[in-house]
Design a protein around this ligand. Structure first.
Ligand SMILES: [Fe+2]
Length: 345
C-alpha cells in the first residue's frame, strides 16, 4: 500500500494507493493544493479514483470538487454531509474498494455529524475525531462532545493497539501515533469519563476559526465562488427551526406553508425524494431569485434541503431580505425520510 501525506503542514492530506492496480484515493484535499495532488499522483503513476472528505471542514476550503472536476475522481462523504455534488454517500460499516485496498468506513460523529474514520491495512485515518494527543473541537458546526467520546472510546479504541493513527490535523509537528498510545496518553480522553469529557469540551473557550463563514459554509453548500454573501453565526442561530413531525402535522391539518427546497435539481428526485408541492430553488440561485418571491413576503415559508444546513443559510438570507415568517426544516430530507414521512420522487 502506498500512503503519503502531501501538504507538509498543519492540515493533513493523504494519497492512498494500491501498488498493483495504481488506483488511489485522496483524503481531505485542500482546494489550494489541488494541482500538487494531481501532479504527485501522476508522478507516482496513480489514477485518483476517489476524493474523500472525512467531514465538512471549517478551517479550509475542500479540494474534493476541484479534484472531481479536473480528474475522474468521485467525491465521497458520509451520508449526513450537508453538501450537494457528493457522488458517493457512505455509512458505518461500508467498504470502499480502491484497487485491491479495502477501506472500512466507521461513522465517528462528534466533531461534526458527518465525521468518518477510514481503516485500511493497519492504518486509521481519523479526520478530526481523534488527533495526536488531542481531539477535534465539538462546540460548533453540529458538534456533540458525547457522540465524539463514544466514537473514540467504543469504535476507534476497539481497534488493535498497534493501529497507526493518521489525523487530518496536527499543530505540534507530529506525524502519526497509534491507538495504544492514544488510549493510554491522550490527555483529553485517557482516564476520563464521558461526563468529564463533555464538561471539558464544552468549556474549552476557543475562538471561532478565522474565515469560518468562508470555509465552513462554502464546504456545506459546495459554493466555491464568491457569489454568495453568507449569513453570520448570529443570523443562523436566529433561524426558527421546525421538526419533520411538526411540518408533517401542519400539512396534514391543511396548513399551506410555502415549501422552498434549496437543493440542486439532481437531488430533488434522488433517493430522498422531495415533499409534495415543494418549490425547487437551488441555494446558489436564491439571491438572484429572491425578487421573484416578493409576493410571498408575508407568507409562512419553510425551507428544506438534504441535512437542514444549506436551508438554514437560505432561511437566514430570506429573513435578512425582509421575509417575515421563515422556518428551517431541522435535519432536512434525511430526517423527513428517517421519520418515514411521505415523499415524491
Ligand atoms: Fe475539522
Amino acid at each position: 500500500m502506498f500512503c503519503r501525506e502531501l501538504n507538509r503542514g498543519k492540515c493533513k492530506t493523504y494519497l492512498l494507493g494500491c501498488e498493483r492496480t495504481r488506483r488511489a484515493a485522496v483524503i481531505d484535499p485542500l482546494r489550494e493544493n489541488t494541482g500538487r495532488y494531481i501532479a504527485v499522483a501522476a508522478y507516482h503513476d496513480f489514477r485518483i479514483e476517489y476524493a474523500i472528505d472525512t467531514h465538512t471542514h471549517a478551517d479550509h476550503r475542500s479540494g474534493t470538487w476541484d479534484l472531481a472536476e479536473l480528474t475522474d475522481a468521485k467525491v465521497v462523504m458520509e451520508r449526513h454531509a450537508p453538501a450537494p455534488h457528493v457522488n458517493l454517500h457512505v455509512s458505518h460499516g461500508d467498504v470502499l474498494e480502491v484497487g485491491d485496498l479495502r477501506i472500512r468506513i466507521f461513522h465517528t460523529p462528534g466533531h461534526t455529524p458527518d465525521g468518518i474514520s477510514l481503516y485500511v491495512e493497519g492504518f486509521l485515518f481519523t479526520g478530526d475525531t481523534l488527533l495526536i494527543g488531542g481531539t477535534g473541537r465539538a462546540d460548533f458546526a453540529g458538534g456533540d462532545a458525547g457522540q465524539q467520546y463514544d466514537a473514540i472510546t467504543s469504535v476507534l479504541f476497539a481497534l488493535p493497539d498497534d493501529t497507526v493513527v493518521l489525523p487530518a490535523h496536527d499543530y505540534r509537528g507530529n506525524h502519526n501515533s497509534t491507538i495504544g498510545r492514544e488510549k493510554t496518553s491522550n490527555p483529553r480522553v485517557a482516564g476520563r469519563t464521558r461526563e468529564a469529557y463533555i464538561r471539558l469540551m464544552n468549556n474549552l473557550g476557543l475562538p471561532l476559526p478565522d474565515k469560518i463563514q468562508e470555509a465552513l459554509q462554502s464546504n456545506q453548500s459546495a459554493i466555491e465562488d464568491d457569489s454568495m454573501k453568507f449569513p453570520d453565526i448570529a443570523q443562523l442561530n436566529a433561524v426558527h427551526q421546525v421538526t419533520a413531525a411538526e411540518l408533517h402535522e401542519r400539512l396534514v391539518r391543511g396548513g399551506t406553508p410555502v415549501i422552498l427546497d434549496v437543493r440542486e435539481p439532481e437531488e430533488y428526485c434522488d433517493e430522498l425524494g422531495h415533499i409534495r408541492g415543494s418549490r425547487l430553488i437551488p441555494l446558489k440561485t436564491l439571491p438572484a431569485t429572491a425578487s421573484e418571491l416578493e409576493t410571498l413576503k408575508g407568507n409562512e415559508i419553510v425551507v428544506i434541503c438534504r441535512a437542514g444546513v444549506r436551508s438554514s443559510t437560505a432561511a437566514a438570507l430570506l429573513t435578512g431580505l425582509g421575509f417575515e415568517h421563515v422556518s428551517n426544516l431541522k435535519g432536512g430530507m434525511l430526517e423527513w425520510n428517517e421519520a418515514g414521512l411521505p415523499v415524491e420522487r
